[in-house]
Design a protein around this ligand. Structure first.
Ligand SMILES: Nc1ncnc2c1ncn2[C@@H]1O[C@H](COP(=O)(O)OP(=O)(O)OP(=O)(O)O)[C@@H](O)[C@H]1O
Length: 674
């Protein structure tokens, strides 16, 4: 790459020395352009070579950490010698283009993830290819050191999976490339459909699968899918931090990642909070019905002004709208109006550029201002140049006006809404929905939108997302049993929202817990209905059963809590005391005094080790080696409340290997046996 860079620099130098731009005659100009074009082609070729090498280098760097994790021997025809393929996080070939390692996302690698030996198949370029899998070998390799290998003739037990699961958890999520399980692979390699809904029990790898799928899509659409066209909607910044390392570890870029609040705040006027998410779908349906057939009235528009200067009046905007009356009021008309307003603004500034006042302001600009606006000190040679500079100066001074035009701020959304809906005001979510309906606001370039923890969103929020990202394919992952906030969408509602927006919704289910030991899995699964429980399994090795202790009085309770925290502190790995709410966390802090673990907040990332106090809302989606449930009494988890059952399920299922459940007073009946 260094050589290419030097050669390119030398070539550029010699080409520019030879280049003699000459625009004297038409023929001279054409020749000059042709010379430029030739030079550009040379530079393009260098860039291409450099990009290809950069990708190769990135793969080499990735593979140096672990060159491959599996080998398969495939017999394509009976009697033929089986072909051996090594599978790694990236693919690589030698100088003679012999494949040394194939990328885990390449079609043939599917036979590894199918987990069968013997006759199997994979799909490449739309063709099903039958093969006989003679050997499926897994490797545990660190850099150039082979730690172990496992031959899986019959896939009863996935040794590499067990080895990987027995490692301590870290503050960061890890990629699961080497051990993606068959049911998970169906999601990762799922055909591209408008909406894929994955429901999975706690710890079944939904988030892991989501990230692997993003990496898979980037590979499938190399060169045509940009990270900026993929959006990941995450529950909170701690979670974002938790998953941030996975894709870079796979050699991919992170997509744009947003929480709902960040998404909404970016679209709502700055003086408006994001408001209540729990808006009934019926309210949005009323908006849809109201905008189907309506006309703007005189008061629906506002002046475009910057500070005290009115650049376009509301009245002239109304006249413009009237002029376009034959086009129904709505996105098409608003788009035409926006374009026209842009042009008018330009014209207005061009007119202002000749005014004495502007020219005076231009001539008294400080040097700093001149440099900021023009990137040089200005000294206009004639009137024409002076006017051109004045126009640039005005464009800078009134940049907010252009932004207001582009953002449709000249439209009084609230006023339109209140009139059409006959209401006193709009909630922020209704405002946003109405703005989309009126102006076509949205991101038509987004190709994929992934929503993790989908059970935490209200139907109205999902309807907004489905409409905003109107051309994107959606991947939705969640667990109905982890819906812990009132008013969020049930899976039936999730389906209904997306069916209405996109047509049929495809579904997958994940029923195995990879996070928790069988004992912990059994405890949280006991909170579910009979049929659901029957299908759940766990693959972790058995470990100590959860400790459940109820303490009759305050003193005994405080002592037990202190003891549990102290034991966790002495333990390796990361432990969490999960409080149901913020005020309960504060209460615990008071009770424990100096012994209280630090309270995690939603701005910081988690420590790699030690004990943290964390609210359930933030702990969602995360996992800890050891979990302490500080108070599983009936007061905190009443038995007759479905939300309380789900809160308990979510809390318990954060634990990977050790769980301590304390109760101040009697244990909640939810956990009492029998
Ligand atoms: N195939 C796998 N190989 C290795 N580890 C796995 C595999 N699948 C899941 N895991 C591990 O199991 C744990 C749980 O995974 P993840 O957080 O993705 O589950 P989830 O379904 O999103 O959980 P929740 O619904 O509770 O948030 C993680 O530590 C993950 O690394």
């Amino acid at each position: 790459m260094e050589r290419t860079r030097a050669a390119a620099a030398a070539d550029k130098r010699s080409m520019s020395e030879e280049l003699a731009p000459n625009f004297a005659t038409y023929a001279d100009a054409m020749e000059t352009y042709a010379d430029f074009a030739a030079m550009n082609r040379v530079i393009d070729a260098y860039n291409l070579a450099q990009d290809a090498d950069a990708e190769r280098l990135a793969n080499v760097e990735l593979l140096l950490k672990q060159p491959y994790f599996a080998k398969v021997a495939l017999q394509f025809k009976p009697g033929q010698k089986p072909k051996e393929l090594y599978i790694g996080t990236a693919g690589i070939a030698d100088e003679a283009y012999h494949r040394l390692v194939v990328d885990w996302r390449s079609p043939v690698a599917e036979v590894y993830y199918n987990q069968d030996t013997g006759p199997t198949s994979y799909v490449a370029d739309g063709r099903t290819i039958d093969v006989d899998l003679k050997l499926r070998r897994q490797f545990d390799i660190d850099e150039d050191r082979l730690n172990a290998y496992f031959d899986t003739t019959v896939a009863i037990q996935d040794s590499l999976l067990l080895a990987s699961l027995s490692k301590r958890r870290t503050a960061q999520m890890q990629a699961i490339t080497a051990t993606i399980q068959k049911e998970q692979n169906q999601v990762v390699r799922h055909e591209d459909v408008p909406v894929l809904l994955v429901s999975g029990i706690a710890g079944s790898g939904k988030t892991s699968v989501l990230l692997q799928r993003i990496a898979y899509l980037f590979y499938q659409m190399r060169g045509s899918l940009d990270a900026r066209e993929v959006f990941l909607i995450t529950p909170n910044p701690v979670f974002r931090d938790y998953i941030a390392g996975v894709l870079p570890d796979l050699g991919e870029r992170n997509p744009e990642s947003l929480t709902w609040n960040e998404f909404a705040r970016g679209l709502l006027p700055p003086d408006r909070g994001v408001g209540e998410a729990n808006v009934p779908l019926a309210a949005l349906a009323r908006i849809d019905a109201a905008v189907r057939d309506f006309e703007f009235d005189a008061f629906d528009f506002r002046d475009i002004r910057v500070r005290d200067v009115r650049l376009v009046s509301a009245d002239s905007i109304r006249k413009l709208s009237d002029k376009l009356r034959r086009i129904p009021a709505g996105p098409h008309r608003v788009t035409l109006m926006r374009e026209e307003l842009h042009a008018r603004l330009e014209a207005r500034l061009a007119q202002m550029a000749g005014a004495d006042e502007t020219l005076d302001a231009l001539s008294t600009l400080s040097l700093d201002e001149q440099l900021r606006i023009f990137h040089e000190a200005i000294a206009p040679a004639d009137e024409q140049e002076e006017r051109a500079l004045a126009l640039r100066y005005l464009r800078d001074r009134y940049a907010d006006a252009f932004a207001a035009v582009d953002n449709d701020d000249w439209l009084r959304i609230d006023r339109v809404g209140m009139r059409l809906l006959n209401a006193d005001g709009l909630s922020p979510l209704e405002w946003l929905y109405l703005k989309m309906a009126l102006t076509g606001l949205g991101n038509p370039d987004a190709k994929y939108v992934m929503i993790d923890e989908v059970q935490d969103y209200t139907a109205a929020q999902l309807a907004v997302l489905a409409r905003y990202f109107r051309r994107a394919h959606f991947l939705l992952l969640g667990d109905p049993n982890q819906a812990i906030a009132p008013g969020t969408a049930t899976f039936d509602e999730v389906r209904a929202v997306f069916e209405a927006a996109r047509g049929p919704v495809e579904e997958c289910r994940l029923m195995t817990s990879y996070r928790s030991t069988p004992e912990i899995t059994e405890l949280f699964a006991s909170l579910l209905g009979e049929d659901e429980r029957a299908n759940i399994s766990a693959v972790q090795r058995a470990d100590e059963p959860p400790a459940i202790v109820s303490c009759p009085d305050e003193a005994a309770y405080a002592a037990a809590l202190r003891e549990a925290v102290a034991a966790a502190r002495d333990d390796e790995g990361l432990s969490a005391v999960i409080a149901p709410w913020k005020h309960e966390a504060k209460r615990l802090q008071k009770l424990l005094g100096d012994d209280a673990p630090p309270l995690a907040d939603d701005t910081a990332s988690l420590p790699a080790q030690g004990v943290v106090l964390i609210t359930l809302k933030l702990a969602k989606g995360l996992e800890f080696d050891r979990v302490i449930v500080p108070d599983a009494s009936e007061r905190v988890f009443p038995a007759d409340d479905p939300l309380s059952r789900r809160r308990l399920y979510t809390t318990l299922s954060r634990a990977t290997r050790s769980l301590v459940v304390l109760a101040h007073g009697e244990l909640t009946p939810l956990l009492r046996k029998g």
